[in-house]
Design a protein around this ligand. Structure first.
Ligand code: NI
Length: 160
């Protein structure tokens, strides 16, 4: 297991739609966690290390001293609250940029774990925002795609 290099914006791999996972790759999952914690971040999607498959890992609380690691394979949002919250988001692939993004406050996420067991969990607060952010990566979307055109241009210019 090894820390992997993080793919940085504007690498085109961050704009591609990933393909479903059919077989679990435990080494990939271990590498993703190692890379995420070392970064240090609270979520990492496979395309961020150049693997174009529908899987992300997240641990929304470890920076607060309590680890709650999740492996989310073939994730799908099956319900989302009408209520939205806006929070500051950063992305390991776009270092130095922070954007205020509106997301559903609560979501129901269906996904498979590292044993390919199916789960359907509700997430709210930061975990919900984190899951939505990581799922966006699997659809080739980054935080710039969740902003108004003006705000997106402004932040992209500042990043470049
Ligand atoms: Ni990101």
């Amino acid at each position: 297991m090894a820390e992997q290099e993080i793919v940085l914006w504007p690498d085109l791999r961050l704009t591609e739609v990933c393909v479903p996972v059919e077989e679990v790759d435990l080494t990939l999952l271990a590498d993703m966690f190692e890379t995420m914690y070392a970064a240090p971040g609270r979520g990492l999607a496979a395309p961020q290390i150049g693997v174009m498959r529908r899987v992300f890992v997240m641990d929304p609380t470890w920076k607060d001293g309590v680890a709650t690691p999740y492996v989310c394979i073939n994730p799908e949002i099956t319900a989302r609250s009408d209520a939205q919250v806006t929070g500051a988001e950063a992305c390991l692939s776009i270092p130095g940029v922070e954007a205020e993004i509106a997301r559903a406050e609560t979501i129901t996420l269906r996904y498979q774990d590292a044993q390919m067991r199916m789960h359907e969990n509700n997430f709210s607060g930061f975990a919900a925002a984190c899951a939505q952010h990581e799922l966006d990566h699997l659809d080739g979307k980054v935080i710039f795609d969740r902003l108004s055109t003006d705000e997106s241009k402004r932040l992209q210019a500042a990043y470049a």
